[in-house]
Write a protein that binds this ligand. Structure first.
Ligand code: NDP
Ligand code: 8X3
Length: 253
C-alpha cells in the first residue's frame, strides 16, 4: 500500500515540485491550496503520469480553522491514515521597516505561516499519535534562523515555525513521530511575486546575478528526509544556493 502524504500549498513552487516528486515515487497524495483550478489540473497531471497512485484535492484556506476542520477532519476512511504531513503553505507579504509595516500584511503572514501550520497540525497529528507513527515536515526558512532589515514579521513567523518544529519533536517523540524542519534560502518560485504584490520588476531583484534554488531542489531534500529508514530522522536542514552565505550576503558576480 502506498504511503499517504498531505502537502499544503501544492498549487505552486516548493509544494508543487514536492507533489510531482512524490507522485513519481508512488506516494498517494492529498494536495491542497486555495486555487482550485490549479489543484485540479495538477491532480489530472499526476494521475495521468502515475497510474499507481491516488490523488485527492482539497481546496481550502489554511487561515480558516473551520475550513481546515471541515476538509481534514472529515476524510473518508481510505484517506484518514496520513503518514506524512508537509506543512508548506506560506508566504511573505511586503518588505517594510517595522514603523511603516502594513497591518494587513502582518496578519496574512501570521495567520498563514503560524496559525495555518498549527491548525493543520492540530487536525492531522492525533491520527499519527493513535497509529504510533508519522512524519511532519515544516517548511520554515533561513528567515527562521536569521533576521534581516525589513524582514521583521516574516522572519518572526519563520522563527515561530522553527520553534514549532523543535517543540513538536519534543511533544511527539514518545509516539514515534518524526519531525523535520526544512529551512531554505532563496528559492525561485512565486514567493517573490507574492511578497511584492505582483510587481514583477521588484520580484526579480532577490535573484539578480545569482543562481537561486528551485522548488525541485527542495523537493529532493524533502524526499530524502521521508525516504530514510524508520530509525533515522533529519531534525533540521538549512539548504542554501551556493551563491548565498547568509540572508543578506549573496555573491552576485
Ligand atoms: P509559492 O508562492 O510559489 O507557493 C506558496 C504556496 O502556499 C502556494 O501553493 C499557495 O497556494 C499556498 N498558500 C499560501 N497561502 C495559503 C493559504 N492561506 N491557504 C492555503 N494555501 C496557501 O512560494 P514557495 O513555494 O516558495 O513557498 C512555500 C513555502 O516555502 C512557504 O512557507 C515559504 O515561506 C517557504 N520558503 C520559501 C522560500 C523561497 O525563497 N521561495 C525560502 C524559504 C522558505 P494558493 O495561493 O493556491 O492558496
Ligand atoms: C524566504 C527566504 O530570504 O526571502 O523564506 O526570507 S528570504
Amino acid at each position: 500500500m502506498n504511503k499517504i502524504t498531505l502537502i499544503t500549498g501544492a498549487t505552486s513552487g516548493i509544494g508543487l515540485a514536492t507533489a510531482r516528486k512524490l507522485a513519481n515515487h508512488n506516494f498517494d497524495l492529498i494536495i491542497t491550496g486555495r486555487r482550485k483550478e490549479r489543484l485540479e489540473n495538477l491532480a489530472e497531471e499526476l494521475q495521468k503520469n502515475n497510474k499507481n497512485i491516488r490523488v485527492l484535492t482539497l481546496n481550502f484556506d489554511v487561515r480558516s480553522l473551520s475550513e481546515v476542520v471541515e476538509n481534514l477532519g472529515n476524510l473518508d476512511n481510505d484517506w484518514q491514515d496520513i503518514d506524512i504531513l508537509v506543512n508548506n503553505a506560506g508566504l511573505a507579504v511586503g518588505l517594510n521597516h517595522i514603523d511603516e509595516g502594513i497591518i494587513d500584511d502582518w496578519e496574512r503572514m501570521i495567520d498563514t505561516n503560524i496559525k495555518g501550520l498549527l491548525y493543520v497540525t492540530r487536525v492531522v497529528s492525533p491520527g499519527m499519535v493513535k497509529r504510533g507513527k508519522g512524519h511532519i515536515l515544516n517548511v520554515a526558512s533561513i528567515a527562521g534562523k536569521e533576521i534581516y532589515e525589513n524582514g521583521n514579521v516574516y522572519c518572526a513567523t519563520k522563527h515561530a515555525a522553527d520553534a514549532l518544529s523543535r517543540s513538536m519533536r519534543v511533544d511527539l517523540v514518545k509516539h514515534g513521530i518524526k519531525v523535520s524542519n526544512i529551512a531554505p534560502g532563496l528559492v525561485k518560485t512565486e514567493f517573490s511575486d507574492v511578497r511584492f504584490k505582483g510587481d514583477r520588476e521588484k520580484a526579480e531583484v532577490p535573484y539578480k546575478g545569482m543562481k537561486p534554488l528551485t522548488g525541485d531542489d527542495i523537493a529532493d531534500v524533502i524526499y530524502y528526509c521521508i525516504s530514510l529508514p524508520a530509525h533515522v530522522n533529519i531534525d533540521d536542514v538549512l539548504i542554501m544556493p551556493t551563491a548565498q552565505a547568509t540572508s543578506t550576503i549573496v555573491n552576485r558576480s
